[in-house]
Ligand binder design. Sequence first.
Ligand code: CA
Length: 394
Amino acid sequence: MARIDVPEDSPFGPDHLPYGVCAPRAGERGGARVCTRLGDVVVDLSLALDDPDFANASLDAFLARGVRHWRDTRDRLRALVDGAIPDAAVHPLAEMDSLLPIRIGDYVDFYASIDHATNLGLLFRPDSEPLLPNWRYLPVGYHGRAGTVVVSGTDIRRPRGQRRTDSGAVDFGPSRRLDIEAELGFVIGVGSALGTSIATGEFADHVFGVALVDDWSARDIQAWEYQPLGPFLGKSFATSMAAWITPLSALESARIPLPDQHPEPLPYLRETENWGLDIAISVSWNGTLVSTPPYARMYWSPAQMLAHLTVNGAATRTGDLYASGTVSGPDPSERGSFIELSWGGSAPIALNGEQRTFLEDGDEVVITATAPGTGGSRIGLGEVRGRVLPAHER
Ligand code: CA
């Protein structure tokens, strides 16, 4: 039996206990197990908790069992890590590969930051009001491509597509304006039947946890294609999510009141206790910290986004993912995308002695975040990391 000593300042201490799927490096996919992470070790939960739901390459069986089971399991896990864990269940993180932890049937991306929506409005439609008339009435979103959500660490191939050049000509080639979007994703544990909707007050029965998301975006492809139906190929080539899902129960101390909403939302978007999350995000580009977006500023709450996503009766399923949209704050140092940081490419960023605007081949972006944990600690969400590969020749 092993006792795992985690340094007190570790973002993966006993107040966190996120869930992920790991397999021995270079091992068979069949060796994948649901694990938790403590410091720099992972614990195989199928062995440690003797639960066959965890002898799987995804969290879905566990998620489908519902909120009471999630809480009971967290209690058992807390007791386990305070004591001794069977040796066979403990592995160094460095010897494991992390896999995509859920089977994502549907992926929705919102646009819930007022600062990001304002900045993008100014950049894409400089001659009109930055916020479109619907923005304060509903959480604007679109359905993304679930099949191209990849786990942190996956390389990102530069997409090719149609681009309109400054002269107005249309050509084809690798994106010249490849960008990131720092977002927070929400993982649905228990779905909802077709024809029903999830009220804001039912959020906790459906949403299991959160994970950082990087919504890679090709701005030149996006700018040409997006009207009138919204993002398509400029977004669907890749979306990265963290390998570790932080349960909402680990974020109880991070709950804060939502910023004021005007006008008052329609009744289906109201909450008895209107709440957001005090999560501090950091974006590093080739090892240099370039932005610190504050999730606390988000205009629409996680419960409002889910209520809106299902208000028409759209079904949801275990493993569905919805993301907040780019997190940006009012200060230039808080912008969660490079199109905002470089103001559409017109204000290059000093990066390791170079002047940079969008991503070049070989660049690596790492998004991390911390939040108040229960018991006065600070927990760190699992990072989302990706490196840009050159476009395919054909
Ligand atoms: Ca996005």
